[in-house]
Design a protein around this ligand. Structure first.
Ligand code: PLP
Length: 402
């Protein structure tokens, strides 16, 4: 296909994207997809030869490059090699896969668990396997894209409730037929705003309307709860979530996704979900790394304490300078800028001063709510956090944001 002579809808879409990218690149405001050359101690990275403080990491407990986890991965390569013999059901299941699933089930206080090769695939396949035509699925408006895609793919009636608005959720459930299967889904910690779902109320409503409850813990494992096991520990509310989903790519420095829950449910997904049956198993090194990481979290609780202190310092500092950090209570800290362009300029000023932070703009967030989406981790040093806040503060003053 010659893009210069055709003019169908696809060609126009490709061209519109190219135009938008150039409009950001031409004035020197494009900072996405930068290659990191080296991971350095103290949450620093080398980018374009410069050492920068890392404020765009999901490694909330600073576990990337942890010696115990690296060692476990290396041992697994020596034992099993780098790939598997195929899909799990036929020839791909290794003992390390079963060990990992047992570790996850224990960590999440569940009977059983199942892993997939990405968190994205996990949401897509779990929602679309469990729900189908005629069923009803209820999703928070700020849920992650992988949940939205899973809902759409399922073919179920798709209802979205206002963000964290339990009255709206209840209203929608009340309006649905009483004799159909229902599922309510939400992020535990919202990935762009950093706020926490009102789980106690949600559990109550789900019980009342007999709806399955699914929670995505991508940003709460290692972050919420005194020992870092997630949202149930945070609210002291165990046995309340039917489908506990999480990723192995954030606090857990590996790749993959999981669901934990009742034995029968997990057995069902093991034999019915297409991302399990038709996609290859996690590589041995990644399964072993994930398995070890869950154990490190429990063995090194001081990391959670440090994360909480750093989070308090970062949110408190930015707020006292006058920034709007929205409703965050966690390590995801939105620094509201307004128009997309302001967020891009803030990013440039921060990056020029060796603070690696990135903007989120529309359509990922509503127009006019563009922001720096900064993250803080247990690996940061308080003096470094102070420096990063000074840099962000200077940039904010120059632009009139504060
Ligand atoms: C990152 C993320 C995912 C996807 O996980 P991957 O392992 O990166 O595919 C799913 N849900 C939420 C809320 C996320 O933030």
């Amino acid at each position: 296909m010659d893009l210069h002579t055709t003019d169908d809808a696809v060609t126009r879409r490709i061209k519109a994207m190219a135009d938008r990218i150039s409009s950001i690149k031409d004035p020197g405001l494009y900072f996405y997809n930068q290659p990191v050359q080296e991971i350095l101690p103290g949450m620093k990275v080398r980018v374009n030869g410069r050492e920068m403080g890392m404020y765009a990491s999901y490694s909330y407990l600073g576990l990337v490059n942890h010696p115990r986890i690296n060692e476990a991965a290396k041992k697994a390569v020596d034992k099993f090699g780098t790939g598997t013999n195929g899909v799990r059901t036929l020839a791909g299941t290794l003992t390390i896969h079963n060990e990992l699933e047992e570790t996850i089930a224990n960590f999440k206080h569940s009977e059983s668990a199942l892993t997939y090769s990405s968190g994205y695939a996990t949401n897509l396949t779990v929602v679309s396997t469990m729900m189908g035509r005629g069923d009803y699925v209820f999703s928070d408006k700020l849920n992650h894209a992988s949940i939205v895609d899973g809902c759409l793919m399922s073919g179920a009636e798709f209802r979205r409730f206002r963000h964290n608005d339990m009255e709206h959720l209840e209203g929608l459930l009340k309006n649905a037929p009483s004799d159909v299967a229902k599922m309510v889904i939400a992020d535990s910690v919202f990935s762009m705003d950093g706020d926490i779902i009102d789980l106690p109320k949600m559990v109550e409503i789900c019980k009342k309307y007999k709806a399955w409850l699914m929670i995505d813990e991508a940003h709460s494992v290692g972050v919420l709860g005194k020992t870092g096991t997630g949202i149930e520990e945070h609210f002291d509310l165990y046995d309340a979530i039917d489908i506990k989903m999480g990723t192995l790519s954030k606090t857990i420095p590996s790749v993959g996704g999981y669901v934990a829950g009742k034995k029968e449910l997990i057995e069902y997904l093991r034999h019915a979900s297409r991302a399990y049956i038709f996609s290859a198993a996690l590589p041995p090194a990644q399964a072993a790394a994930a398995n070890e990481a869950f154990k490190v979290i429990l063995d090194e609780p001081e990391r959670i304490e440090k994360l909480n202190l750093n989070t308090k310092q970062f949110i408190g500092g930015l707020k006292s300078m006058g920034f709007d950090t929205m409703l965050t209570e966690t390590a995801i800290v939105p620094v509201l800028c307004g128009e997309d362009e302001k967020a891009f300029i803030m990013t440039r000023d921060a990056q020029l001063n060796d603070v690696f932070v990135l903007p989120v703009v529309s359509p990922a967030v509503p127009e006019g709510l563009a922001r720096l989406r900064a993250t803080v981790t247990a690996g940061h040093d308080p003096s470094e956090i102070e420096r990063a806040m000074d840099v962000i503060g200077e940039a904010g003053k120059k632009l009139g944001i504060i």
